[in-house]
Design a protein around this ligand. Structure first.
Ligand code: GDP
Length: 361
């Protein structure tokens, strides 16, 4: 499955955040036989639609979609030169599908900042610079060979051009993703085999003081630093506390700081969409469940997420949109109202589709 790597300077609250993430019970409670690696936190993506479906179908349990966060050992200035844990760090990021930067904004004289002062903008630049430098190094390593190959083989020239263009972007201090060269896109295809770090999407988590959670002008200032990437504002210590409480207590604590939901829930949502994922829903007496598919997946591909046999033997899918199901109140009534659609193998799934697949075994 796709993963999001958590990075950040030392002492910004990464471990605190990661511990809060792993205290989330989703995986342990629902997938008792899953093996979880110690540096992976599997977080449920809260989805109130599932609770509603569970009501309609009298489901025994609710299974949300999940996002995997990987705790990546601390970045330090000089990581791109293999300093400290540099090499391992870079290898871990390479394996992630998105990068989540944790940035310190909280003030606490007892917690030392590596650079002696709290400055989100400088921290972001430090980390981005390391990632950009690492990519420049990767490119410089392959350029001589590419140039030689392109001299003899004409068909290598587009790749050489693309790599040179990427280097120009990096030399200007820009990430490849921000320049439109996102991992997995056609534009970035000639760069694919280089596994460049800055082609990955970035999410920025600002670890802020509690009073800053509701300070819109402060948050706008931080957003301006990283736009158009997504910013999540949370207090890591508060998130760790929330993870220890039951739902009612957690809600009460959240209200005291002017919040409706935990920052982790927001982070899970942002992470999920940043990875290019969406869900479709199934429901029955056993469970109401969200299944993860890439945006643009067809009905047979969606069926394959449940079981490969479902994809192979796919006949059709009976689809009711969540809103129609809730309005009509049940599957038979949705059918009677003409709201149940029979979709074939070319159907592209939409978010909120409630589905039952028909297939040959
Ligand atoms: P890491 O080095 O990035 O993993 O940072 P840690 O999670 O170990 O946190 C470093 C220190 O900052 C620890 O003493 C934490 O208790 C403290 N800390 C983390 N988050 C917060 C926060 O939101 N507010 C305050 N005041 N301290 C925090």
């Amino acid at each position: 499955s796709l993963t999001i790597g958590i990075v950040g300077l030392p002492n910004v609250g990464k471990s605190t955040l990661f511990n809060a993430l792993t205290k989330n019970e989703v995986l342990a409670a629902n997938y008792p036989f899953a093996t979880i690696e110690p540096n992976v936190g599997v977080v449920g993506v809260p989805d109130p639609r599932l609770d509603k479906l569970a009501e309609i179908f009298q489901s025994q349990r609710v299974l949300p979609a999940t996002v995997d966060f990987v705790d990546i050992a601390g970045i330090v200035r000089g990581a791109s030169e293999g300093e400290g844990l540099g090499n391992k760090f870079l290898a871990n990021i390479r394996e992630s599908d998105a990068i989540c930067q944790v940035i310190r904004a909280f003030k606490d004289d007892n917690v030392v900042h590596v650079d002696g002062k709290i400055s989100p903008g400088d921290d972001i630049e430090t980390i981005n610079t390391e990632l950009i430098l690492a990519d420049i190094q990767t490119i410089e390593k392959v350029l001589p060979r590419l140039e030689k190959e392109a001299r003899v083989k004409k068909d290598k020239q587009p790749q050489l051009k693309a790599v040179q263009a990427a280097k120009d972007i990096l030399d200007e201090g820009r990430t490849l993703f921000s320049a439109g060269l996102a991992q997995g896109t056609e534009e970035a295809a000639p760069l694919h085999e280089l596994h460049l770090l800055t082609t990955k999407p970035f999410i920025y988590v600002f670890n802020v003081d509690e009073d800053e959670l509701t300070d819109e002008s402060f948050k706008d200032e931080q957003r301006a630093l990283i736009a158009p990437a997504e910013a999540v504002f949370l207090n890591a210590k508060l998130e760790a506390d929330l993870a220890e409480l039951d739902e009612a207590e957690a809600l009460e604590l959240l209200h005291t700081v002017g919040q409706e939901q935990p920052g982790l829930a927001t982070l899970a949502h942002v992470g999920f969409t940043t990875l290019g994922l969406q869900t479709y829903l199934t429901a029955g007496p056993k469970e109401a469940r969200a299944w993860t598919i890439p945006r643009g997946a067809t009905a047979p591909e969606a069926a394959g997420v449940i079981h490969t046999d479902f994809q192979r033997g796919f006949i059709k899918a009976e689809v009711i949109s969540y809103d129609d199901l809730v309005t009509t109140g049940s599957v038979p009534e949705a059918r009677a109202a003409g709201k149940a659609r029979m979709e074939g193998k070319d159907y592209v799934m939409r978010d909120g589709d409630v589905v039952e697949f028909r297939f040959n075994v």
